[in-house]
Structure formats: structure tokens, C-alpha cells
Design a binder for this molecule. Structure first.
Ligand code: DX5
Ligand code: ZN
Length: 216
């Protein structure tokens, strides 16, 4: 199984982004957290900054939108150069329409679920998406503890993807470390976001350790 390690730059030094992007060049995609202070109680960066990151990053962008009204704003991030754009279902009016628009622009389309959000409504339309992000913490902040109670939901998506032979990446985000990664891998995840675990030390070493855990 192909697995991916996507460092989150939420834990990077925002005053030295180009340098930080260089330090994670051995990863698969760079996870970029966009927060609007409405959908979550935190504010990060928006489209103009994402567009510049896309221009200088050595690896493709995996944008995670934690915002209201993704129906209106998500396509702009695909236009800004993101390889993948994931929006939250809780704030989306028409998730399938957003996904189709993202694909039309040329990005992978992802749908994200908070820990308490059921996945069942999406199991029938999984082929409309390229990625399902099962949040393993409440979105909004880095450095929180992994929530193992989200794993049964992940297993259900993994089973549906397998049964239908779909190419849908299963992403986990929040509290991923060399220790918790195995739990999510076991439940069926293949794409691992890690912020604090990558930037706490030498990012290249941490990425290598996470990679080893993901191929165990
Ligand atoms: C949280 C963000 C995550 C965050 C993860 O809402 O979506 O991407 O950066 O950080 P860690 O890996 O520190 O839990
Ligand atoms: Zn994220």
C-alpha cells in the first residue's frame, strides 16, 4: 500500500516559510491549514499566501480548509495552485458540487469530517472524492492529543473504498506521531498529516521516522 506523509506547516515558523518548506522537501505533500476564525476559533492564512507557497514549495500542496462557505471559496485554492483541496462537510452546502468544481480546475477533491460527524451520508458518493479526511482532533489547533474513538469511522470508509476498488486517499490529521500513526494505519489510513511531530526536531529525520512507521 502506498502511504504518504504530509507535514503541516501550522507548526512551522511562519516568518520563514520558504526556508521551512525546504526542510520538508522529502515529504509527499505539504499540508496547509486555512482557518477563518468562524468555522474554527483560530485564524491562519488565506488565498494570497497559499498562492505564494504553491510557487515556492518543492512539493505539492494539500490544502485543508477550515472555513465557512467552502462552496464559494474552495475553488479559489485550486486556482491558486493547490494539488489537493479538502473542505469540511459541516460547512458545505453542496459537497458533491464543490468536489466536481475542484476536479474541473485540476485539483484533487477532499472532504473532511470532524470527530463527531458521521461518514454514512458519503459512503454512496465516495467516487466523487479523491480524499476523505477523518479528523483525529477537533480542528483549530496543532499539538492536541489523537482521538482513538475516531478509528471505527475510518475503518468504515476504508472498507467501502476497498469493496468498490476506489482510488480515494484516507487521511488522518491531528495528534499523529510515530506512536499513534500505527493505530490509524491499522484502521486503514494511508495519508498522515503531522505538524508538531515533524517540526519538534529535525524535520527530515522526523519525516523518515514517520515514513518507517507507515510502512511497518
Ligand atoms: C488542526 C490542523 C492540523 C494541525 C495538526 O486543526 O488541521 O493540520 O496542524 O497538528 P498536530 O500534528 O500538531 O496535531
Ligand atoms: Zn489540517
Amino acid at each position: 500500500m502506498t502511504t504518504r506523509i504530509n507535514p503541516s506547516i501550522l507548526a512551522a515558523d511562519f516568518a520563514n516559510l520558504e526556508h521551512e518548506l525546504g526542510r520538508i522537501a522529502t515529504a509527499d505533500l505539504v499540508h496547509v491549514d486555512v482557518m477563518d476564525n468562524h468555522f474554527v476559533p483560530n485564524l491562519t492564512i488565506g488565498r494570497p499566501v497559499v498562492e505564494r507557497i504553491a510557487q515556492v514549495s518543492p512539493i505539492p500542496l494539500d490544502v485543508h480548509l477550515m472555513i465557512e462557505d467552502p462552496d464559494r471559496w474552495a475553488p479559489g485554492y485550486a486556482e491558486a495552485g493547490a494539488a489537493s483541496v479538502t473542505f469540511h462537510v459541516e460547512s458545505a452546502n453542496d459537497p458533491v458540487a464543490i468536489a466536481r468544481r475542484l476536479r474541473e480546475i485540476g485539483a484533487r477533491a477532499g472532504v473532511a469530517l470532524k470527530p463527531g460527524t458521521p461518514v454514512e451520508p458519503f459512503l454512496d458518493v465516495l467516487d466523487e472524492f479523491d480524499q476523505v479526511l477523518v479528523m483525529t482532533v477537533e480542528p483549530g489547533f496543532g499539538g492536541q492529543a489523537f482521538m482513538p474513538e475516531t478509528m471505527p469511522k475510518l475503518s468504515r470508509v476504508a472498507a467501502a473504498v476497498r469493496e468498490r476498488g476506489l482510488d480515494v486517499w484516507l487521511q488522518v490529521d491531528g495528534g499523529i506521531t510515530v506512536d499513534t500513526l500505527g493505530i490509524a494505519l491499522e484502521a486503514g489510513a494511508d495519508t498522515f498529516v503531522a505538524g508538531s511531530a515533524v517540526f519538534k526536531g529535525d524535520p527530515a529525520e522526523q519525516i523518515a521516522d514517520l515514513r518507517a512507521a507507515a510502512s511497518a
